[in-house]
Design a protein around this ligand. Sequence first.
Ligand code: TRP
Length: 469
Amino acid sequence: MEQKGRENWGSRIGFIMAAAGSAVGLGNIWRFPYLTGENGGGAFIVIYLGCIIFIGLSIMIAEFAVGRRTSLAAVGAYKSYSSRWTFAGVLGVLSAFFIMGFYPVVGGWAMAYIAKSFTGLLAAPEAVPDVFGAFIGGTAQPLIWMVIYLAINVFIVARGVAGGIEKAGKILMPMLYILLIIVAVKGITLPGAGAGIEFLFKPDFSKVTGQTFLAALGQAFFSLSLGMGCMITYGSYLNKQEKLPSNALIVTLMDTSVALLAGIAMFPALFAFGMEPSQGAGLVFVVLPQLFAQMGGIGVIFSAMFFIALFIAALTSSVSLLEVVVAYLMDQRKMERKPAVYGTAVVMAVLCILSSLSMGALSGVKLFGVGFFDFFDILTDKIFLAIGGMLLAIFTGWFVKKEDLKDELTNSGAVPFGLFEIWYNLIKYVIPVLIGIVAIMGIMAIEQTSLMIFGLLIIVVLAIFSNKL
Ligand code: TRP
């Protein structure tokens, strides 16, 4: 089924770095520590690891298998089975598009904070929260950083799979590791850091509720870039010799280790300075600069390094999101790579301008009760991704032939995959039900009922017109 002339990853390590680069993002360095803080520490981490091993890894294997089997990106892959399924792929493209309606805004913040580290941000620790509020609520500054950030994405994706994305991943991913380790070591060696380590690694299960499972499963999904065809698309560029299960395992281990490293970089220092673990969304941009400020002169260097790491992680993720849309336009709409990249980026820039301004100038403009930033965030995070993941599991388990999956996962019998039956049953029976429960709970937890109905309506409409997409 392999298409002639399809681009391929230049090397195995290049593929792994790019896939891990997609997975490792704001989700790991910003969202994981903040969720851990809010959900009581160690117990959350244990449940999160369970979700990664039993659900995330299986779904990633499934996405790789579907992608490489068809040699097509998300939409084409679904479509090649039945046009009734096209909508599930289009839903993924739409998710990628909407995530890119706010992700570059935060990416821009990270870039701005690299610069701010050197321009006196740390000199006045007590002003840090106000500086952040004034910065993101401003007009020109965050917009300029966002545009620079998006332009870097365009530059990388326009150069194509092997030339751009792969090279960026190969250089940037190891750099991210090194930076995080340095910051983590610095944090651990602070006096009083032990409480933070204990918070992270001594589970207290008395704090666990249904909400903890929900948060952990959702985070596993988001962090591994699953549920919208991203890994289908990356798998479609993978050559037939690669072993899918072991590649998925490596990517999963890398993603998880970065999340844990980010936790280790943050909590020991946080506890050492007697701060609150449940800071929420402000954790990275408000609390960390204050921590760095308390480290003295060297803090400037650590601050800059940390935000470089955050920027790098965000960049390799948003590149994958942009690629999902571009691959759709190339495969399904027969566009050339460059016009597809430029056109998509212009529309994304418009969405990002709205998102960024919703923190300030446009804060009065509401869509279904929320600003633009939250609109794109909630629509994707809480509705599209969860449903997209469930659809993928159902599709793989019930519509793709079992022999085809076995063939793909064993490279036509050339390499053994002893856990095939377990994996297959997880995908077919267990995971759709589990994700279904999480999706329903997650969607019901949204306060903005009208936004929820709007999101579901989009999915229903897409499903009805699936064979026209
Ligand atoms: N996983 C990335 C992060 O942790 C975000 C991301 C990139 C993503 N591509 C995705 C999330 C696809 C869901 C689906 O920041």
